[in-house]
Design a protein around this ligand. Structure first.
Ligand code: PEP
Length: 248
């Protein structure tokens, strides 16, 4: 049995005080077992959110990292600093990082290795664009991204997040059966290349998850949780998704 994970990606939203308050509310709804809950605030709020989560089951993620721990990389942050701030996870390869900030498959792989070397758990995002889906290339695109991201890494210490680009922030959700088809293909790839670990890797779905569609998505056999953007910004929309995961 894979424990479901509900992870909130707050993107560039909320002040430090708002982040702390939302984390406290979510921490109260985060169970000791049955589901793992993670929130990813902006980097400047990591310490405050980690403090609010301290002593509770809520875990904290960064949204991005550089692969190097220090050096002449103006504006960047490192796995060592993310850990120092109290986070345990880091999102890597989010489609917004890929499309807006030039994140490449090779860069994702380098960052996954750097995070694991620091003892942090990468949440590795993959997903096809609408054009790739319409061309019938969704599964080949996603499995190629997985293969590149996982080259030479410890597959027992990461989380995957399938996020079709066309479903992120658009209000359009993949039909549960379509999402399941891609999740099953990712698991088949894992079975072929990492047979002993394939059944334990958690594969989250992301793309306009909300209270109204969470239960149906989480009921799919290869969907092991959700990466949630918009609906994670308010306790009243995020907590019902946590409750759906606990009930799944
Ligand atoms: C995301 O940013 O990872 C995401 C899935 O956003 P939304 O839930 O708003 O589509």
């Amino acid at each position: 049995m894979r424990t479901p994970i509900i992870a909130g990606n707050w993107k560039l939203n909320l002040t430090i005080a708002e982040s702390r308050a939302l984390a406290s509310a979510i921490a109260k709804a985060s169970p000791e077992s049955g589901a793992e809950v993670i929130v990813a605030p902006v980097s400047l709020s990591l310490s405050a959110v980690a403090e609010a989560a301290s002593g509770t089951p809520l875990k904290v993620a960064a949204q991005h990292t550089h692969a190097k721990d220090s050096g002449a990389f103006t504006g960047e942050l490192s796995p060592a600093l993310i850990q120092d701030a109290g986070a345990s996870h880091c999102i890597v390869g989010h489609s917004e990082r890929r499309s807006l900030f030039g994140e490449t498959d090779a860069g994702v792989n380098e960052k996954v290795k750097a995070l694991q070397a620091q003892g942090l758990i990468p949440i590795v995002c993959i997903g096809e664009t609408l054009a790739q889906r319409e061309a019938g290339d969704a599964i080949s695109t996603v499995t190629a991204q997985v293969a590149a991201a996982l080259e030479g890494v410890d597959v027992s210490k990461l989380v995957l997040a399938y996020e079709p680009v066309w479903a992120i922030g658009t209000g359009k959700t993949a039909a549960p059966a379509d999402a399941q088809e891609v999740h099953a293909a990712i698991r088949a790839w894992l079975t072929e290349h990492h047979a002993s670990l394939a059944q334990q890797v958690q594969i989250l779905y992301g793309g306009s998850v909300k209270p109204a569609n969470a239960a149906e998505l989480l009921a799919q056999s290869d969907i092991d949780g959700a990466l949630v953007g918009g609906a994670s910004l308010k306790a009243e929309t995020f907590i019902p998704i946590i409750e759906a995961a606990i009930a799944s």
